[in-house]
Ligand binder design. Structure first.
Ligand code: NAP
Length: 481
């Protein structure tokens, strides 16, 4: 049984209390490692380490910070296969997905922000009366980053990379459900010689160590990605302390398919948006709205395509759908399918737990599920499921499609499939979401603002937005007479 360790002050350390939490492999349901159950004393040690790390790192020239971050990216690339296998085992996702998405993106995050560190700039404002203002952009100090289990190393690095690029010291708290790749990354930091205390990784329960991190008086800012309910708790603690706060929360994203879309592209795009990573991506399109004139044709093609998705052992190269992250999450998803039935929905495909034969027989798998017959205002169409469950709904007019698309409390992402460019622009402007894709889904340019509106969050990540979040602007005004 492997024991994961915290990474504090440049060293791998057991939790001060000696207490650990169990860590399971979702594909088999078996216990395979233990994760530190850190408490306030571990956090105190991390804050002390980060304090000295910050003194050195914030004075380190941007080019040197960039060089160190590039060696972290190289460290990931050198151990890419080990990391992909670990991510798949810890999370349940197909190893093929971890190889092509999670791990390459983790190193890309570090490379991108290593470059950005040397490109960041600040503004100056000339006044006609003979004065000039310039803005200093200084690191905020010790920042706390809290990341979820769905894209573990991908989202962990998406937060720490801009924080480090801007000259901050970081205390990172990965999800207790998927701690392994953050731990392996700690060993990369140690091997690469990241200066002690610049990054500290403290594992444990969100409600304990996550909460303590948010409320610690020496932590200046919090970058959080996770569920809306947790985000609200984080805001409740951090806001009265006037901390800088970035919240990337849940979604209930619409996919809009118009009759003039390239049909095969729309079917394929909607399948990918619905079921990538078992539907456990905040950007997944879980409400598919289809123009009535092609509704039946689209539904039949979509259901046929979904029924070919291979659910099974994440290690098999043919597997397209792996396990969901935990038994509790599987039961939540199955409960949502039950609710959809109670609300009057018809399950067209899926709708149950899958038990792949062999080593994964007791794993936590859910069949990709498609439901029809529900209106936009029912709970199934308003609440985030975060699993392989989608609904199909017809619409008659563009206005109806827009109303249905906006009929949730979330506002993260949307994809529109149509060849009418004017309509696409109109809808893009009218949709209440932070991201709009037209004739594509999850095509990401790391320079662009990433985040949601309404209950999907506050603030944006990505590019210079992230560097602005992780710096404090200070205006300096000089009168030269
Ligand atoms: P979660 O339960 O909210 O947990 C997110 C992180 O917060 C985990 O590290 C968790 O630790 C920690 N945490 C839990 N309670 C906390 C507290 N009281 N104070 C501080 N930290 C606390 O979310 P999840 O289930 O891991 O992730 C799924 C959710 O994330 C979905 O809603 C999804 O839409 C959202 N998400 C959003 C984005 C985006 O960019 N908008 C991206 C990915 C995911 P433990 O796991 O140890 O409890």
């Amino acid at each position: 049984m492997m024991d994961i360790q915290n990474y504090i002050g440049g060293e791998l350390r057991p939790p001060a209390s000696g207490r650990y939490l169990d860590n399971f492999e979702p594909a088999t349901g078996e216990l395979y490692s233990r994760v530190p159950s850190s408490d306030a004393s571990d956090l105190e040690a991390a804050v002390d380490a980060a304090q000295s790390g910050f003194l050195a790192w914030s004075q380190t020239p941007a080019e040197e910070r960039s060089r160190v971050m590039l060696s972290l990216a190289e460290g990931i690339e050198a151990r890419a296969e080990e990391l992909a296998l670990a991510e798949s085992k810890d999370n349940g996702k197909p190893v093929s997905l971890a190889r092509t998405l999670d791990i390459p993106r983790a190193s890309a995050n570090l490379r991108f922000f290593a470059a950005a560190a040397t490109q960041f700039f600040s503004e100056s404002h000339q006044m006609e009366m003979g004065a000039i203002n310039y803005t200093l952009r200084q690191p905020t100090g010790i920042v706390g980053t809290i990341s979820p289990w769905n894209l573990p190393l991908y989202l962990f690095t998406w937060k720490i990379a801009p924080a480090l690029a801007a000259g901050n010291a970081v205390i990172a708290k990965p999800s207790e459900l998927t701690p392994m790749t953050a731990y392996l990354f700690s060993t990369i930091c140690r091997d690469v010689g990241l200066p002690a205390g610049v990054l500290n990784v403290v594992h444990g329960e969100g409600a304990v160590i996550g909460q303590r991190l948010v409320e610690h008086e020496r932590v200046s800012s919090i970058s959080f990605t996770g569920g809306t309910v947790t985000g609200r708790a984080v805001a409740r603690t951090a806001a009265p302390m006037f901390k800088k706060l970035s919240l990337e929360l849940g979604g209930k994203n619409p996919t809009l398919v118009f009759a003039d879309a390239v049909f095969e592209d729309a079917v394929e795009g909607a399948v990918r948006a619905a079921f990538s990573n078992q539907g456990e991506i905040c950007l997944c399109g879980s409400r598919i709205l289809v123009e009535s004139s092609i509704y039946e044709r689209f539904r039949d093609a979509f259901v046929e395509r979904v029924s070919t998705l291979l659910v099974g052992d994440p290690n098999a190269s043919s597997t397209q759908q792996g396990a969901v992250v935990s038994e509790a999450h599987m039961n939540k998803i199955l409960g949502c399918i039950e609710l959809a039935r109670e609300e009057g929905g018809t399950v067209l495909v899926g709708g149950e737990r899958v038990r792949p034969p062999g080593r994964c027989e007791n794993g936590w798998f859910v069949a990709p599920t498609v439901v029809e017959g529900l209106g936009p205002s029912c709970r199934t169409n308003r609440e985030e499921i975060f699993g392989p469950v989608v609904t199909l709904m017809p619409f008659d007019t563009e206005a109806q499609a827009l109303d249905a698309a906006n009929a949730t409390d979330y506002g993260l992402a949307c994809s529109i499939w149509s060849q009418d460019i004017s309509r696409c622009h109109r809808l893009a402007a009218g949709i209440h979401s932070g991201l709009v894709w037209i004739n594509t889904w999850m095509l990401r340019d790391l320079r662009t603002p990433m985040g949601g509106m309404k209950q999907s969050g506050v603030g944006r990540e990505g590019g210079f937005e992230a560097l602005r979040f992780f710096t404090e602007p200070k205006n300096v005004c000089i009168k030269y007479g």
